[in-house]
Design a protein around this ligand. Sequence first.
Ligand code: SF4
Length: 235
Amino acid sequence: MAKQHRSASATWDRLNRRIVRCDRCPRLREHCLTIAQEKRAAYRDWTCWGKPVPNLGDPRGRLLIVGLAPAAHGANRTGRMFTGDRSGDFLFAAMHAAGFANQPTATDRDDGLMLQDIAVTAAAHCAPPANKPTTEELAKCRDWFDQTVDLFTDLRGFVALGRIGFDQIVKLYRDRDWLPAGPRPKFAHGAVHTITGRPFVMCSYHPSQQNTFTGRLTLEMLTAVFTEARRRLDG
Ligand code: SF4
């Protein structure tokens, strides 16, 4: 068993190293670098990441979170998904409340955060201008998403944070012929799509400031999503 765990970690690390070296989207790579070089005054002492941000978490986990893309001054600065910005404050607090994270905060890559039974990926691994990757950029990053999903040997569910993450999951299901005949699954906060023999797909609004500052998504709402995911995993 220990050998299997080591092998899963090694494969995960190899995939992450390849993601970090990816340069398929020149517009995004340039944007990430420019932001990192400019640095905000508040982060002058940081060596900003400015590269594709790798997957985060437990490669043996049963739940995979799919976000949109790294934030320019969050993950693009720290080099770790959802780390160092308000979205992450929300996300990790909710994960911690549902027992998926050992602490409720994530400030930098050495802050001691550990995720259990859960991993975090994104529809695009590079920070896009105005948080909007193009359709072509999302299509290019789909390959990393496919490879990430393939690494999980006991994947039971996805949590889509926002519509773009949800669309990436639906495309994967469609391309793998995992979708039953009928209407395309719809995104709605709190919705759960279940397909026999496939991982369930839960939807949540993205914890962007646009949603959390306006009260469209509260910490209680996001915690409820992860608590329900936990119930489904353990039920
Ligand atoms: S968005 Fe994805 S495909 Fe495009 S450069 Fe970044 S890692 Fe590569």
